[in-house]
Write a protein that binds this ligand. Sequence first.
Ligand code: MN
Length: 289
Amino acid sequence: MTDLMTTASSARRAVSSIFAGLPASDGAGVKLTRLIGQPRLPDLDPFLMLDHFGSDDPDAYIGGFPSHPHRGFETVTYMLAGRMRHNDHLGNEGQLDPGSVQWMTAGRGIIHSEMPEQIEGLLSGFQLWINLPARDKMTAPRYQDIPPEAIPTVDLGGGGSARLVAGSLAGRSGPVEAGATAPLFVDLALQPGSSATIPVNSGHNGFAYVYEGSGDLGTPAIAIAAGQLAILGDGAILDVTAGRAGARLLVVAGKPIGEPVAKYGPFVMTTDAEIREAIADFRAGRFAG
Ligand code: MN
C-alpha cells in the first residue's frame, strides 16, 4: 500500500499529444489562435475552449467582442499585455490591466461586452472556458476580477518563477476561489536551460501551452515550440526544462466533470433541451436581472 501510494504521488506526467493552434476569428472580427475548441480538439474535460489573442495591428482586434451572452460555464480572461474593458447587463464594469485575470462564472446568464485596447502598441492575452457541472450551471453569475498585484509570483528556484492564478504551488494558493473543477492555472517564466517541477493533481486533465521560447515537457521529455499545446497524460508531477531562449508557458489542469456537453455558441449545457431553453430565455430577455 505504501509503495503504491508513493508511486502514485511521484508519477511523472508525459505529453500525450501535441496540437498547433488554428487561426480563427470571433466577436467583431477579432483574429485569434484557437487551441482548444477546434475540430481536432473539441474539448478537454472540463476545458471547452482556449484562445490566444494578440497583435500589434489594432485592425486585428479593435472590433472587440460586442454584447453577447453566456450561460452554463466559466470564462477566464488572462491579460499579458494591453487591456480589456468589460461591462454587462447587470451594470458590472471593469478594466483588465496587463497581468490581471477575470474569472467570470456566467452561471444562469450574463450578457456582456469585452473590448480590447493596446498599450504602447501591445495586446496579448488568453481566454479559457471551463465547464460547470450540471448542478452549478444555473448558479448566480459571479465575477472575480483579480489585479496583477494580487497574483503571487512563486520562486521555483534555479531560474524559474510562476504566477499562481488558481490552485496551489510551493505552499502558496492562487487568489481565485474555484468551484467543482478545482483548477490549477499557472503562468511559468523559465530562464534559458532552467528546470521546474510542477505538482498537478492526479486524475485531473491538464495541458501546457508554450507561448514564448521553447521547452522540453514531461517525462520522457518532448520538445515543445512556441505556439504548441501539449496535452498531458496522467500523473502527479510535470517536469519542464526551458530551451535556449527560455520559455513562457501556461500550465492548466482541472477535475474532469464527466457529463455530456451540449454546446451551442455561447451556451454550454448538458442537454439539447437546456440549449433550446437558453436560446428562448435569451431571446425573451430572461437573462436580465
Ligand atoms: Mn464573453
